[in-house]
Design a protein around this ligand. Structure first.
Ligand SMILES: [Zn+2]
Ligand SMILES: [Zn+2]
Ligand SMILES: [Zn+2]
Ligand SMILES: [Zn+2]
Ligand SMILES: [Zn+2]
Ligand SMILES: [Zn+2]
Ligand SMILES: [Zn+2]
Ligand SMILES: [Zn+2]
Length: 1984
C-alpha cells in the first residue's frame, strides 16, 4: 500500500495530462495496468468524500488518455453509432407523440427528433411528460421507421467507422473502479436511520453522478464501456470481495459488505405462494451478481433518485444493457411494491418507477422473455395481491354474520393514494403484448391468482342506505373504489380481451371464463348469497369485477370468436344468482336518481354518476346490462320480470285499487311513481340497447356521438373526451367520418360582448329525425337534466322544422331496436310474457284513471307495448279459441300479475276484458294535510273563470264520454256512469261563484281543490253561493264497500268522504283548468287535497307529485281543452265517487269492477290525450294518422311520417293501435267492438253539434283571452328589453356597430343643463352647491407611447435573428425620453416644461359610461358600498364603485361645471379683424380668471384632479426633480392632450373614415375583414367626457399659471408688448426654448385651458390660426434641414410675396433658409436626398401639419359641438380640416391650394416668422448640434400603436420561448411569458425577478404599459392581461384546427393564430376597455 501510493504519487506529479498519457500507453498494452490501479487506489479512496472536484477531474483526464477531456469527448462522439436517440427526460419535459408513426401507444419523441422527422399530416400532439420518459426515435419495436429523424434508425449509422481499439482502453480500466466508488458511497449512506438520508446521499454524489452522465452522453462507444463494467459478474465479484490482506481498505470493505447485507434484509420480499418459491424473482434472499443489480437495488432502496434513474435509463440504447437492466429491475420488482406501500410520497415514487418500467416493458420481446424466464406476470400479480392483502376488511353485504368474504378497505392509503398504480400500469403495459397476454391466459394458476385478486374488489365499498338521518360525514372512499376497479380490473380486462379476436383463441377465452365463474361461485358462497331471494335491499356495492369479466369475456366469445352462447353460459341456477347483483346495482342506481338515497349525501349521487360516466360505462354499466340481457333471455321470462318488478318495488304499485300506492311498505310514498318510471326505463333499456348484442362498431360510435351531441353542442375535444372508451385504446379511426355524418361544424365567432366561442359541432337534422335515441341518452346522461336538455333540443328542432305542430310537447322518440346478433335471443321476448301484459294493463288503467301516471310513464309503456306487438310471433302457438270471449267473467287478483292472463298470447291478452279484480282491504287512511297546496298563476285565473265549463270536458275521456246518451250506460265493460243523477248538476248548472270569489277561495289555505287527471273535485271551503251538490245518492255514502271511481252504476253507494264536500259542477268548472293530467297522485293522502297542476307554462307546480322531471310539460293541455266537446255532466259524479272512495273506513276484501281490456284502455287513453272522444280512427291509414298528428298534410310526407317517431301521445298511441289492429283479425275486431261500446253512434246529432259549437265558441273566447294576455306579456317583455338596452348600454352595442354619436353624444353635449341622477332619479341642473357629476373611470395609459415610426407591425421574435432586429427604441415613448433629456440639458426647466406635453407613457385617460349622479348621492352610495363586507371585486377604499345604473367599473367622478353647455356665451364686442382678436385673447390671458370661490363644486373638482393625479405612477408624473408650478401645469395640461390623442388613436389615427381602413388593412391582420370605419367605431367611446374634463383641468391650470402666459401668446402671434404695435424682434433669451422648438399642440392645450372655455369660436379660430403659422414655419424649417445644400441654395432666392399676396411654400423656404443659413444649422455639404420636386415638399408639409390640425379639429368638435367634417379620402383630410378650422375661409381652385394658403398673419406679413427663425439661429449659435437635432426631428409621423405581430403557428413561439432564460435572472421561468407590446420575457409568478415585493410581470406592466399589459403565457398559450391591480386570463389567440383553445397545451395539437381574437385583444387595449370586459378579474397583489 505504501509503495503503491508512492508510485501513485510519482505518477500524479506528472500532472493530469502527463499521467493520463502514461496510463494510456500502459493500458493499451496491458490488461491490468499496475500503475493505474495504484493511482486509482489513491484517487478513489473511500475515505475521501465522493464529490471531491480534484478526484473527478483526475478521472476525466485519465480517461481522456492524454487529450483534454473536451477533445476526448468530441472524438468519442465521432464514433457514436447509436441508432436510437434514447434521450431521457424527467417530469414536465415537452415531448411529442405521433399516433401515425407509433406502434406502441406509449411512444414518444424528443422535440429535436420530432422536428427532424417528417410528421406532416400525421396525427401527432405535443405533451408535457408526467412521469418522465425517453425518446424512442430509432427504436423499430416502438415506432415505424418512417417517423425516424435522419440521425436515428438502423440505416442512419451504417457508414460510421468503428472506434480505434485504444480509444477507450483507459476508460475500460477505470470505469469499474468508478462504479465501485459509487456503490461504496451508496452503501455507506444507507446506514444512518435519518429519514432524508437518501436524498442527502445522492446530493453528496451529485458531481460524481454528473461525471457519469457526461460519459454516457459521449455516445455508444463510452456507454459500451460503462455497461460492460456494470453487467460483468466477474468484475463485480473481484471488486466487491473483501481483500484478504489485513489493510485499512479491507476492513473498510468488510464493514461495507456488512452494511450491505444488513440493508438487503431490510427490504424483504412478499411471501410467495409455495409453487413459486423457486422463482428467481421471488427469492427471499437477494443475491446480486453484477454492479448493475446492486445499483438497481440501491435505486429501489433510495426510492428511485432522479439522477440515478436517469443514468440507468441513459444507457438504454445499448441493447444488451437493456436486457440486463430489465432483468435486474424484475428481480427487485416485488420489493418495489413494498416501497410503494411504505412511501411517504407515493405519487413521486410511482412516477419514477413508471419512468423506468415503461421503458423496459414497452418492448414486446423483452417483456415476453421476462415473463418466461423470471415469471414477471406472477411477480406482478403476487405483488398486487400482496399489497391488497394487508388492507382487507370483512365484507358487509347481506348478512354480515354469515359473510366471510374479505374485501379491500377503500379508506386505506394504498387505495386512496393509488399506491398500486405503477404495478397496474406495468401489468397493462405488458398485457398489451399479445404473446404475454396469451401466456397470461393460458396459465391457470395465474388466472386463479388473478381472479382471487379481483375478488378482493368484489363487493367493496358497500353503501348502506340511510333512512332516518343524514350521514354525518360523506365518505370519499368511492373515488378509490371506482378507480381501483377501472385501473386494476377493467384495464387489464380490456387488454386481455383485445387479443381474443377470432376462433383461434377460443380456448383461452373459455379458460378465463371457467376460472372467472369458479371465482364468482366461490364469492357467492363466501358472501352467503345462496338464494336469489336473499335480501339485498338498503345496501349496494357498485363493484362487481368478477361479474364484469364474465360478461365481457362471454360477449367477446360469442361476438368475435363465434362461440355458441350455450357453451359459455353458466348453469341456469347459477345464472339466477349471478343476475341478482348487477340487478341490484341497476335498481340502486335508479333509487339514487329518485332521491331515495338523499340521506347518504352527495357522494352517493357521485357513485351513480361515475357508474355510467364515459370512462366507466363500457366496463361497468354496459357489462352489467349485457349480463342482465343474457339472463333475461335465458331465464324464464315470467320469473325474470317478477324479480325485476320486485326489486324495483313496483309490485305494490301494480294495483288497481285506488289507494294501493300509498302503503307500499318499502318505498316512502313519494318514491313509488319515479320507481315505476325507473323500472320501465330499465326494461326499455334492457329491450332496446344493442351495445353488446350485436351492433357493430361504426353504428355504435355513431350512436354514442349522437347521444353526446343531443345533450348539447360540443367542441371536438369534448366529443373525443366524452366518447365512452374501453381503455386508453386509440380513438376509433372512423371517428372523424362518423362525426362528419352526424354533425355540422360551427366555426367560432367573436361575440359582440367579447365572449369568445370555440368551434362547435351541432347535430344535423337527421340526427333529430332518425338517430336521437332517448333511451340511450338516459343511459349515458350523467345528469338527468342532460336528458331534459336533449328533449328540449329535440322539441325545438321538430317545432322549427315543422315536423311537429302540436301545442304540447312531443313524446320522446323511442326507437325500434336494431336486430339482435343471431347468437342471442332477443330480450324483447320478455315482452311476450303475460306478466308484462298484466303490468301494462295496470299502468294503462291507472293512466286512464289518473293515478300517478306521468306522461313519461305512458310513453314508456306504449313504447314497450309497441315492441311487444312488433316482436309478437305472427301466429302465436295458441291459436286456439279466442280467449277473450265476452261471455265469461274474468276476475283477477289485484297485484298478482300472473293471474291476469292464462297464457302469453299477446293477441288474446290485448283483447281480454278483465271484469273484476279482488282487492285487499282498504288501508286506514291518514290524512296528510301538509300535502295541501294550491298554486297557480294568477294569469290563469281569469281565463279559467271565463272558460270554466271547458274544464270538465277533460273528464270526457277519463270516465267515458259516452254518458250523455243514456243508451251507452250499462254496457258491461266499463265506464262508470252513475245513472240519472249525475246529469243533474250539469243540466241545471249551479250558480258559479264569481271568479274573484273563486280566486280568493282557491288561494286561501285549506280550501283545497283536487284536480286529478280526468276528474276534478273541489273540496273544502266551498263558495257559499254554491248550493250543495245534488248527487246525494252518490255522495251520501253509508259506509258500504268502497268502490273505485269507476264503479258502475249498479255498485253500492259510496261512503262520503270525511270532511269534504262536493262542489257542484259549476264550481268545479270555475276552478283553474286542469292542465295537469297526470302526475297528481290520487289516493287517500290526497284526499284532503292537493291540487297540482301545471301553470300555463306547462310545468307542474305541485311538489310532491312529479319527483322525476318528465320531459314534457304535463300534457298538451291547450290542445286538449280546445277540442273537448261540451260538458258532460255525467263525469262529475263519477269523479266524486272516486274521491269518496279514497278515505274511508276499512273494509273487507272486495271485488272491484274493472271491465277493461288493454285495447279499450288504449282507446280511452288515446281519446284522453287527443281530447276528443273516439279519437282513434282505425280506418285512417297509419301514415295519414301520423300526418294529421304532425300536421304534415302532403302525401309525400305521409309516407315518411309513417316511419316518423315525431309526435305526441295520440300519435304514438295511434301507431300502437294500428299495429295491434294489424296483429290479427281478432284484434281488429276487438278494437272496433271496443269503440262501439265506448262511443256508440249518437242519435241526437243536433245536440251534439250544438255542443260542439258551444265548445268552439268557448274555445274561441279562451283563445282570444289568451292572445290578449300574450300580447300584453309581449309588450311587457319588449318594454323591459328596451329598458334594459337603454339602461345597460354596454360594449355590446358599440361593438355591434350602433352609432352612439348621433343620439347619445347629442344628449350630453347639447346639455340642457339638466341631468338625471342615476341614484335618486331626480332631474336637476348642476350647481355650485349641489353639483352633479359624470361617472368616470380614470386610468394610466401608455398606449400613445407605443406608437412607432415604422409602418409595419413589429414581429414577435421567434429566432435570435429576429430578436436582434426587434427595435425597442423607435417608439414615441423612447423618442420623447430622448428629447426631454436634451431639452433638460439645453434649457431651463420652467421654459421647456411649457413647450411640450407629456403623458405618452403613463398618461391619464378618462372615460365615462355617460351616467350622471349627484355628488351627494354618490357619497352615500360609496358609504353603503364601504359598509358592505363583501365587496371583493372592487376596491372601495380606492374609490372604486360600480356605476349604479350600468354596473360598469368607475373610480372617480367629473363634476359638471354649471357653465357647461354655455357655448359661445362669452363674447365681448366681436372684434373686427384678426389683430383685434389677438389682442382680446391676450387680454383674456392677462386677466387669468380670479381664483374661484370655495364651493362644493370646487372641492369636487379638486378631488377629481386628485383622483387623476393618483391614477398614474409617480415616475410618469413629472420629468424633473422637484415640482414647480410649471411642471404641475405640464402634468395638468398634458391630461387634456393625452385624452385627445387617445381619441385620435381610437378613431384610427386620423379623422378620415377611409384612412383608418387603409391603416388597419395594412396592419398585418390577415382575415380581419372588418372595415376600418367599423373598427374605429368599435374603439371610440360611446360618450365623450372631454369637455367636463377640460373644465376640471382648466380650473387647476389657471391656478397654476403664475407666469405671464400672455407673453408667449404675443410672441406666437407676433404682436408687440403693446396692443396694435408693430411686430417686435424677439430678443433671444438664454436657456429659453425658442418658439420654433415649441410643440404647437402643447401651446394649443395651454391656451385653451387658460382661456375661458366657453369663449366664442372666433377666439378659438384665432388661437388655431396663430399656432398654425408657427407650425407651418417649424415644418418648413425642419424640411429645410433635410434639403441638399444645392437645393437650399437654389431656393433661398425666392422673393417674399408682396404684402397682401398669398404666401407660398417657396417664399417660406426662402425666408427660413435666409434667416437660418448663417447659424451653421445646416450641415456643410449635406447631400441628404429628400423631396426633389416641389410637389413632394408640399406633401410633406401637409403630412407634418396634419397631427396638429386633427387635434385642433377634435377640440373644436367637442367644445363647440360642431360635427366633424366628412373626410372620405386621406388626400382630402388636410384641406377639409383647414376649412373646418376656418384657416381658410374663401373657396379656391384646387391648383391654387397648398398649405401656405392657410397662413393668417395678424401683424405684418411674416415678421413673426422671421423673428422665430432668428431666435432659433441664436440658439443654433450656442448649441449647434443640439439645435440641428431638435429641428430636424421636430415633427415626426407616428403610426398607430399596435401589438406585436404573432406567427401563424404557435409552435414557433413555443419552441423559441419555452425553456428560454430570463435576461434578468438567467433562470428558466416555469411560466415563461412574453409582453405583446415589446416582446420582453418575464418571469411570471416567480420570486427570482421580484423587486420590492413586486413580481416581474406586474412591474413590467407598469414600465411598459402604464399599468396595462398583455402577456402571452408560453406554456399555456393563454393571454394574461394585467390591468392596474387586477389581472385576468383573457383567453387564447391561438386555436386548433377545430377552433378550440388548448389551455395549458393539454391536448398539444397544432395551434394557429386567430386573427379575429388577436384584433379583439388589440382593440380592447386601444379602447382602454379591459376593465369593462366580462372576464374573471382577480386581484393580483403584485404576485404575477
Ligand atoms: Zn430524440
Ligand atoms: Zn432521432
Ligand atoms: Zn408521424
Ligand atoms: Zn341624486
Ligand atoms: Zn353608467
Ligand atoms: Zn413590454
Ligand atoms: Zn425575469
Ligand atoms: Zn427571474
Amino acid at each position: 500500500m505504501a509503495s503503491n501510493s508512492i508510485a501513485a504519487h510519482v505518477l500524479m506529479k506528472k500532472g493530469k495530462r502527463g499521467a493520463a498519457a502514461y496510463v494510456h500507453a500502459d493500458c493499451s498494452n496491458s490488461t491490468s495496468p499496475q500503475h493505474l490501479n495504484e493511482l486509482l487506489d489513491v484517487l478513489l479512496n473511500p475515505g475521501k468524500t465522493i464529490d471531491e472536484w480534484e478526484t473527478i477531474d483526475w478521472c476525466k483526464w485519465l480517461i481522456a488518455g492524454g487529450k483534454t477531456p473536451d477533445e476526448f469527448s468530441s472524438i468519442v462522439r465521432r464514433y457514436d453509432n447509436a441508432t436510437t436517440c434514447g434521450l431521457v427526460w424527467t417530469a414536465n419535459f415537452v415531448a411529442y407523440r405521433c399516433r401515425t408513426c407509433g406502434i406502441s401507444p406509449c411512444m414518444s419523441l424528443c422535440a429535436e427528433c420530432f422536428q427532424n422527422g417528417n410528421h406532416a399530416g400525421h396525427d401527432f400532439n405535443m405533451f408535457r411528460s408526467q412521469a418522465g420518459g425517453a425518446c424512442d426515435c430509432g427504436d423499430t419495436s416502438v415506432m415505424k421507421e418512417t417517423g425516424f429523424c435522419d440521425r436515428h434508425g438502423p440505416k442512419a449509422q451504417v457508414n460510421k467507422p468503428p472506434a480505434p481499439n485504444d480509444l477507450v482502453c483507459v476508460a475500460e480500466a477505470v470505469m469499474p473502479r468508478i462504479i465501485l466508488r459509487l456503490i461504496q458511497h451508496l452503501r455507506e449512506n444507507s446506514k444512518s436511520g435519518v429519514s432524508d438520508v437518501h436524498i442527502v446521499a445522492i446530493q453528496d454524489a451529485d458531481q460524481f453522478l454528473t461525471m457519469l452522465h457526461d460519459f454516457s452522453a459521449m455516445g455508444a462507444v463510452m456507454r459500451r464501456v460503462m455497461t460492460g463494467a456494470l453487467t460483468n459478474p466477474q468484475i463485480y465479484k473481484n471488486l466487491t470481495e473483501c481483500p484478504v490482506a489485513d489493510s485499512e481498505y479491507s476492513s473498510y470493505m468488510e464493514e461495507s459488505q456488512r452494511v450491505y447485507q444488513e440493508v438487503l434484509k431490510s427490504l424483504p420480499n412478499p411471501e410467495p405462494p409455495d409453487e413459486y418459491k423457486d422463482c428467481p424473482s421471488l427469492q427471499e434472499h437477494l443475491v446480486h451478481r453484477t454492479f448493475l443489480e446492486e445499483l438497481v437495488f440501491w435505486t429501489v432502496k433510495f426510492e428511485f433518485p432522479q439522477k440515478v434513474v436517469c443514468l440507468l435509463l441513459n444507457m438504454l440504447p445499448d441493447p444488451d444493457y437493456k436486457e440486463a437492466l430489465t432483468q435486474a429491475f424484475v428481480l427487485h420488482y416485488s420489493r418495489i411494491s413494498l416501497m410503494l406501500e411504505r412511501s411517504t410520497d407515493p405519487d413521486t415514487l410511482s412516477n419514477r418507477v413508471v419512468h423506468v418500467s415503461v421503458q423496459l416493458f414497452s418492448n414486446e420481446s423483452l417483456a415476453y422473455r421476462m415473463a418466461e424466464r423470471l415469471n414477471l406476470l406472477h411477480v406482478m400479480v403476487i405483488s398486487l395481491k400482496y399489497m391488497m392483502s394487508k388492507i382487507l376488511i370483512q365484507n358487509s353485504l347481506h348478512d354480515p354474520d354469515k359473510n366471510f368474504h374479505y374485501v379491500v378497505d377503500c379508506g386505506r392509503q394504498v387505495m386512496k393514494e393509488h399506491c398500486y398504480w405503477p404495478l397496474v400500469s406495468d401489468l397493462n403495459n405488458v398485457l398489451s403484448h399479445r404473446p404475454v397476454a396469451v401466456k397470461f391466459m393460458s396459465d391457470d394458476n395465474l388466472l386463479e391468482m388473478w381472479f382471487s385478486f379481483l375478488s378482493l374488489f368484489q363487493g367493496m365499498n358497500v353503501n348502506q342506505r340511510e333512512l332516518t338521518q343524514h350521514v354525518e360525514f360523506e365518505p370519499n372512499t368511492y373515488y378509490a373504489a371506482f378507480s381501483a376497479e377501472l385501473e386494476a380490473s377493467a384495464y387489464p380486462m380490456w387488454a386481455l380481451v383485445s387479443h381474443l379476436r377470432d376462433s383461434s383463441t377460443v380456448d383461452l377465452t373459455k379458460s378465463v371464463l371457467s376460472m372467472c365463474l369458479a371465482a364468482l361461485q366461490e364469492w357467492l358462497e363466501a358472501v352467503n348469497f345462496t338464494h336469489p331471494g336473499t335480501s339485498d335491499e338498503l345496501q349496494v356495492s357498485f363493484h362487481l369485477p368478477l361479474h364484469r369479466y364474465l360478461s365481457v369475456f362471454m360477449c367477446q366469445a360469442v361476438r368475435q370468436q363465434g362461440v355458441p352462447l350455450r357453451e359459455v353460459l353458466p348453469p341456469r341456477d347459477l345464472l339466477a344468482l349471478i343476475m341478482m347483483h348487477p340487478l341490484r346495482v341497476q335498481v340502486a342506481f335508479y333509487e339514487i336518481l329518485s332521491g331515495m338515497w338523499v340521506r347518504n349525501g352527495l357522494q352517493i349521487k357521485g357513485q351513480a354518476m361515475t357508474y355510467i360516466q364515459c370512462n366507466f360505462c363500457n366496463s361497468m354499466v354496459d357489462a352489467d346490462l349485457y349480463l342482465l340481457q343474457v339472463c333475461a333471455t335465458q331465464l324464464p321470462a315470467e320469473a325474470f320480470l317478477c324479480t325485476v318488478m320486485d326489486k324495483f318495488n313496483v309490485l305494490e304499485w301494480m294495483s288497481l285499487a285506488p289507494y294501493a300506492s300509498t302503503h307500499a311498505s318499502f318505498l316512502e310514498g313519494e318514491h313509488d311513481a319515479p320507481m315505476l318510471e325507473s323500472c320501465l326505463t330499465f326494461l326499455a333499456t334492457l329491450m332496446s340497447v344493442r351495445t353488446n348484442l350485436g351492433v357493430s362498431e361504426a353504428p355504435l360510435s355513431q350512436l354514442e356521438l349522437v347521444t353526446l351531441l343531443c345533450m348539447g353542442d360540443k367542441t371536438h375535444s369534448q366529443l373525443i373526451e366524452l366518447m365512452p372508451e374501453r381503455c386508453s385504446t386509440a380513438q376509433s379511426r372512423d371517428f372523424e367520418a362518423v362525426l362528419a355524418e352526424v354533425a355540422d361544424y360551427r366555426a367560432p365567432n367573436l361575440e359582440a360582448s367579447g365572449n369568445m366561442q370555440q368551434g362547435m359541432y351541432v347535430p344535423r337534422p337527421q340526427v333529430w329525425e332518425k338517430l336521437y335515441d332517448p333511451i340511450h341518452v338516459l343511459l349515458r346522461a350523467v345528469h338527468r337534466r342532460d336528458f331534459q336538455t336533449s328533449m328540449d333540443r329535440f322539441t325545438e328542432y321538430v317545432q322549427q322544422a315543422g315536423k311537429f305542430r302540436g301545442s304540447g310537447a312531443p313524446w320522446p322518440p323511442f326507437r325500434p331496436p336494431a336486430p339482435c346478433h343471431p347468437a342471442y335471443e332477443d330480450p324483447q321476448k320478455l315482452l311476450r310474457s303475460r306478466v308484462f301484459h298484466a303490468a301494462a294493463f295496470v299502468v294503462l288503467h291507472r293512466a286512464v284513471h289518473g293515478q300517478s301516471v306521468s306522461e313519461h310513464v305512458m310513453a314508456l309503456t306504449v313504447y314497450l307495448l309497441e315492441m311487444a306487438v312488433a316482436s309478437a310471433e305472427p301466429l302465436d302457438p295458441q291459436s286456439q279459441v279466442c280467449q277473450a270471449s265476452h261471455s265469461e267473467e274474468t276476475e283477477v287478483t289485484d297485484k298478482d300479475l300472473s293471474s291476469f292472463y292464462s297464457s302469453d298470447w299477446l293477441s288474446s291478452n290485448l283483447r281480454k276484458v278483465i271484469h273484476r279484480v279482488r282487492i285487499e282491504p282498504k288501508p286506514a287512511v291518514v290524512f296528510d294535510s301538509s300535502d295541501s297546496e294550491i298554486e297557480w298563476e294568477g294569469a290563469d285565473l281569469g281565463e279559467a273563470a271565463s272558460s270554466g265549463p271547458v274544464l270538465m270536458l277533460e273528464l270526457g275521456a277519463g270516465a267515458g264520454a259516452s254518458d250523455e246518451s243514456g243508451s251507452s250506460r250499462g254496457v258491461g265493460d266499463a265506464v262508470a256512469l252513475v245513472p240519472g243523477t249525475e246529469m243533474v248538476p250539469m243540466e241545471s248548472p249551479s250558480p258559479s261563484p264569481p271568479p274573484s270569489a273563486l280566486a280568493a277561495a282557491s288561494s286561501s289555505e285549506g280550501n283545497d281543490v283536487v284536480a286529478v287527471w280526468g276528474e276534478m273535485v273541489a273540496v273544502g271551503a266551498q263558495p257559499p253561493s254554491t248550493p250543495p251538490p245534488p248527487a246525494p245518492s252518490l255522495t251520501a255514502g253509508d259506509g258500504g264497500p268502497s268502490r273505485p271511481g269507476t264503479a258502475s252504476a249498479s255498485s253500492p253507494p259510496l261512503p262520503h268522504p270525511t270532511g269534504t264536500e262536493m262542489v257542484p259542477a259549476g264550481a268545479g268548472a270555475a276552478a283553474p283548468p286542469p292542465h295537469v293530467r297526470t302526475p297528481v297522485r290520487a289516493g287517500p293522502s290526497g284526499a284532503q287535497a292537493s291540487i297540482a297542476w301545471a301553470g300555463p307554462s306547462g310545468q307542474s307546480t305541485s311538489t310532491d307529485v312529479v319527483p322525476v322531471a318528465t320531459p314534457y310539460p304535463r300534457l298538451a293541455r291547450a290542445r286538449r281543452a280546445d277540442v273537448l266537446p261540451s260538458t258532460s255532466a255525467g263525469r262529475k259524479p263519477a269523479l266524486r265517487k272516486r274521491k269518496q272512495v279514497m278515505p274511508g273506513s276499512s273494509g273487507s276484501p272486495d271485488a272491484l269492477e274493472v271491465n277493461e281490456s288493454i285495447i279499450s284502455l288504449l282507446l280511452k287513453l288515446h281519446s284522453h290525450l287527443a281530447g276528443t272522444p273516439d279519437s282513434f280512427n282505425p280506418d285512417e291509414p297509419e301514415a295519414a294518422a301520423a300526418a294529421t298528428a304532425t300536421a304534415t298534410a302532403t302525401a309525400e310526407a305521409a309516407a315518411e311520417a309513417a316511419e316518423s317517431r315525431v309526435g305526441d301521445g295520440p300519435f304514438f298511441l295511434g301507431k300502437l293501435l294500428h299495429r295491434v289492429a294489424a296483429l290479427d283479425a281478432f284484434c281488429r275486431e276487438a278494437i272496433r267492438e271496443a269503440r262501439d261500446r265506448l262511443w256508440p253512434r249518437k242519435p241526437e246529432e243536433g245536440e251534439e253539434e250544438a255542443r260542439e259549437r258551444e265548445a268552439r265558441e268557448r274555445e274561441e273566447r279562451r283563445r282570444r283571452a289568451k292572445e290578449r294576455q300574450q300580447k300584453l306579456m309581449a309588450e311587457f317583455a319588449s318594454k323591459q328589453k328596451e329598458f334594459m338596452e337603454r339602461a345597460m348600454e354596454t360594449d355590446e352595442e358599440a361593438l355591434s356597430g350602433m352609432d352612439w354619436r348621433e343620439e347619445e353624444g347629442a344628449t350630453l353635449l347639447a346639455s340642457k343643463r339638466d341631468y338625471d341622477c342615476v341614484i335618486c332619479s331626480q332631474t336637476t341642473p348642476s350647481t355650485e352647491d349641489k353639483p352633479m357629476g359624470l361617472v368616470v373611470l380614470v386610468q394610466a395609459t401608455s398606449v400613445l407611447g407605443h406608437k412607432r415610426r415604422s409602418m409595419d407591425r413589429a414581429p414577435l421574435p421567434t429566432s435570435d435573428e429576429e430578436r436582434g432586429n426587434l427595435r425597442r427604441d423607435d417608439s414615441l415613448a423612447s423618442e420623447f425620453d430622448r428629447r426631454v433629456e436634451e431639452l433638460n440639458m439645453q434649457f431651463d426647466s420652467f421654459s421647456w416644461q411649457l413647450s411640450v406635453n407629456l403623458g405618452w407613457e403613463g398618461g391619464v385617460h378618462v372615460q365615462t359610461c355617460g351616467h350622471h349622479l349627484h355628488l351627494d348621492c354618490l357619497r352615500s352610495y360609496l358609504q353603503s358600498l364601504r359598509s358592505q363586507q363583501r365587496q371583493q371585486s372592487i376596491a372601495v377604499d380606492r374609490g372604486e364603485y360600480w356605476c349604479p345604473l350600468c354596473r360598469q367599473l368607475a373610480n372617480s367622478v367629473l363634476p359638471l361645471s354649471p357653465q357647461l353647455g354655455e357655448c359661445a356665451a362669452v363674447v365681448r364686442s366681436r372684434p373686427a379683424g384678426l389683430p383685434a382678436i389677438v389682442t382680446e385673447v391676450c387680454n383674456f390671458l392677462k386677466e387669468n380668471p380670479p381664483t374661484p370661490m370655495s364651493s362644493s363644486l370646487v372641492e369636487a373638482m379638486a378631488k377629481s384632479m386628485e383622483d387623476m393625479t393618483n391614477s398614474t405612477y409617480h415616475k410618469f408624473k413629472q420629468k424633473s426633480a422637484s415640482p414647480t408650478s410649471q411642471s404641475l401645469f405640464l402634468f395638468v395640461s398634458s391630461i387634456a392632450r393625452t385624452n385627445l390623442e387617445v381619441e385620435l388613436v381610437q378613431r384610427g389615427g386620423s379623422l378620415c373614415q377611409a384612412a383608418s381602413t387603409a391603416a388597419e388593412g395594412s396592419g398585418a391582420l390577415p382575415g380581419s375583414g372588418s372595415p376600418g370605419a367599423e373598427a374605429s367605431a368599435l374603439l371610440t367611446p360611446k360618450r365623450s367626457c372631454i369637455v367636463p374634463l377640460l373644465h376640471v383641468l382648466a380650473m387647476h391650470a389657471r391656478l397654476l399659471a403664475t407666469w405671464p402666459a400672455w407673453q408667449t401668446w404675443q410672441k406666437v402671434a407676433g404682436a408687440g408688448p403693446e396692443p396694435d404695435c408693430a411686430p417686435l424682434a424677439l430678443a433671444p433669451l438664454e436657456r429659453q426654448v425658442p418658439l420654433l422648438l415649441h410643440d404647437p399642440a402643447a401651446l394649443l392645450t395651454q391656451f385653451i385651458l387658460l382661456l375661458p372655455l366657453h369663449l366664442d369660436q372666433t377666439y378659438f379660430s384665432c388661437v388655431v390660426k396663430v399656432l398654425y403659422n408657427l407650425l407651418y414655419f417649424q415644418v418648413v424649417a425642419q424640411l429645410s434641414c433635410h434639403l441638399p445644400e444645392a437645393e437650399r441654395a437654389r431656393r433661398r432666392s425666392c422673393p417674399e410675396p408682396m404684402p397682401g399676396a398669398r404666401w407660398s411654400l417657396d417664399a417660406a423656404v426662402a425666408l427660413v433658409v435666409q434667416t437660418l443659413e448663417h447659424s451653421q444649422l445646416y450641415l456643410e455639404g449635406s447631400t441628404e436626398s429628400s423631396a426633389s420636386s416641389a410637389g413632394d415638399l408640399e406633401m410633406q408639409v401637409q403630412q407634418l401639419c396634419l397631427p396638429f390640425l386633427r387635434l385642433a379639429a377634435l377640440l373644436r368638435h367637442h367644445l363647440y359641438e360642431q360635427p366633424l367634417p366628412d373626410v372620405t379620402t386621406p388626400q382630402s383630410e388636410f384641406v377639409r380640416l383647414v376649412y373646418y378650422l376656418e384657416l381658410v375661409s374663401e373657396g379656391m381652385d384646387w391648383q391654387h391650394f397648398n398649405a401656405a394658403v392657410a397662413l393668417n398673419w395678424a401683424y405684418g406679413e411674416a415678421g413673426a416668422a422671421r423673428a422665430w427663425c432668428e431666435e432659433m439661429a441664436a440658439f443654433a449659435h450656442r448649441s449647434q448640434v443640439s439645435a440641428r437635432n431638435f429641428l430636424a426631428e421636430q415633427h415626426l409621423l407616428w403610426q398607430q400603436p399596435r401589438l406585436l405581430r404573432l406567427p401563424e403557428l404557435y409552435d414557433r413561439i413555443f419552441q423559441y420561448y419555452h425553456r428560454r432564460q430570463c435576461t434578468q435572472c438567467h433562470s428558466v421561468p416555469r411560466e415563461t411569458s412574453i409582453c405583446l407590446l415589446c416582446g420582453a420575457l418575464v418571469c411570471l409568478r416567480e420570486n427570482c425577478c421580484k423587486q420590492h415585493n413586486v413580481c416581474e410581470a406586474v412591474q413590467h406592466s407598469i414600465d411598459c404599459g402604464g399599468g396595462t399589459a398583455m402577456y402571452l403565457v408560453v406554456t399555456s398559450s393563454y393571454i394574461l392581461v394585467i390591468r392596474g391591480k387586477r389581472a385576468c386570463l383573457w383567453g387564447s389567440v391561438y386555436l386548433d384546427s377545430f377552433g378550440e383553445e388548448d389551455r395549458e397545451l393539454k391536448r398539444g395539437k397544432p395551434l394557429y393564430l386567430s386573427p379575429g381574437r388577436y384584433q379583439l385583444l388589440e382593440q380592447q387595449w386601444l379602447a382602454h376597455r379591459f376593465d369593462h370586459t366580462s372576464k374573471k378579474w382577480v386581484w393580483h397583489r403584485d404576485g404575477l
